[in-house]
Design a protein. Structure first.
Length: 329
């Protein structure tokens, strides 16, 4: 028996822009629309029933695409095929329509922009994770590990739990790291473990006369390390070379001993001792102590001897050095 229902007709819709969830990024929609008129008692007809069918399908498609992001073309396309595959009446009730064979695409420019945005977003996400990791690591080191020398030592020992002796050797360096991390000087408790770091003593008898100098605080030499502040030996050696006193000569020994004596008379015994230890040989020329008249005269009658006996008739820069009798007799 012939059906009383009118047959389905079809039309094709191509390249209709439908909005996405992202402003200014539209889907380009294409589909096949099937439609047929609906019999009604009013007798109303429409001049373009196919247009009513297309409008119905597009409205249904818009309700889906406007909730989707443009980067998921395949997913949205499958969803539209499912939603539009059943017939529905238009608002006037004159036709019923359904859609299928849906195709979605984006413009070439939009695809390029979305690709760049995706790369930037991923890179930014990685950078943000790295930044948070670095912040966490800095906080861990600054607020926990290097908060004090003790906590730094405990941290190092926890990572090298079988190297106790090495941990003792690391106390000095860890004290420096802890002090630098907190922008404070090394604690007095650990100064003796840090080479070149020590308190600046007062200029009195207890420290051998080493106090505040023209280049900052100075400490006397000793087992703990070199003198803090300007070096003495280097400049003095340069002076001896500049005035033409050859290394190992008696004249150089006499000159150096005189400098040491003047330094000691200036209440700097530790520096005088350092000069003698570093610049005088064990068998060098040692001057006798001058008398008052000789001192006032600048030393022309001074007598010089070696530790193992007098030196007679030797010349020092043109001046005869005499051992048993004074010059000028």
């Amino acid at each position: 028996m012939p059906s009383d229902e009118p047959p389905w007709e079809k039309t094709r819709v191509s390249g209709v822009a439908l909005p996405s969830l992202v402003p200014d990024y539209d889907f380009h929609f294409s589909a096949t629309v099937w439609w047929r008129p609906i019999r009604n008692a009013t007798g109303l007809v429409h001049a373009d029933p196919a247009g009513l069918a297309v409008e119905t399908v597009l409205d249904r498609a818009r309700s889906v695409t406007e909730r989707e992001v443009p980067g998921r073309l395949d997913l949205v396309q499958h969803r539209l095929n499912g939603v539009l595959g059943t017939q529905a009446q238009d608002r006037s009730g004159l036709v019923e329509a359904m859609g299928g064979r849906v195709e979605l695409r984006l413009s070439e420019d939009d695809r390029n922009r979305l690709g760049k945005l995706s790369e930037v977003r991923k890179t930014e996400e990685v950078w943000e994770h790295e930044r948070r990791y670095e912040q966490s690591k800095r906080a861990y080191l600054g607020d926990d590990v290097l908060k004090s020398t003790g906590s730094a030592v405990v941290w190092w020992l926890a990572r090298h739990d079988e190297q106790v002796e090495a941990a003792v050797d690391m106390i000095g360096p860890l004290a420096q790291l802890s002090a630098a991390a907190n922008d404070v000087p090394v604690s007095d408790l650990y100064e003796h473990l840090v080479p070149g770091v020590g308190p600046a003593p007062d200029d009195d008898e207890e420290n051998g006369g080493f106090g505040e100098g023209p280049f900052g605080p100075r400490t006397p030499p000793g087992p703990a390390g070199p003198i803090k502040g300007p070096s003495v030996i280097g400049p003095l050696e340069q002076l001896l070379d500049d005035v033409g006193l050859e290394l190992g000569s008696d004249a150089r020994e006499v000159y150096t001993h005189r400098v040491a004596s003047v330094t000691e008379a200036a209440d700097r015994p530790a520096y005088a001792r350092l000069i003698r230890e570093k610049l005088l040989s064990e068998d060098g020329v040692v001057p006798d102590q001058p008398g008052p008249e000789e001192e006032r005269a600048g030393g022309p009658g001074m007598r010089f001897t070696k530790p193992d006996g007098p030196v007679n008739g030797s010349a020092v820069n043109g001046t005869t050095v005499r051992g048993e009798h004074e010059a000028g007799e």
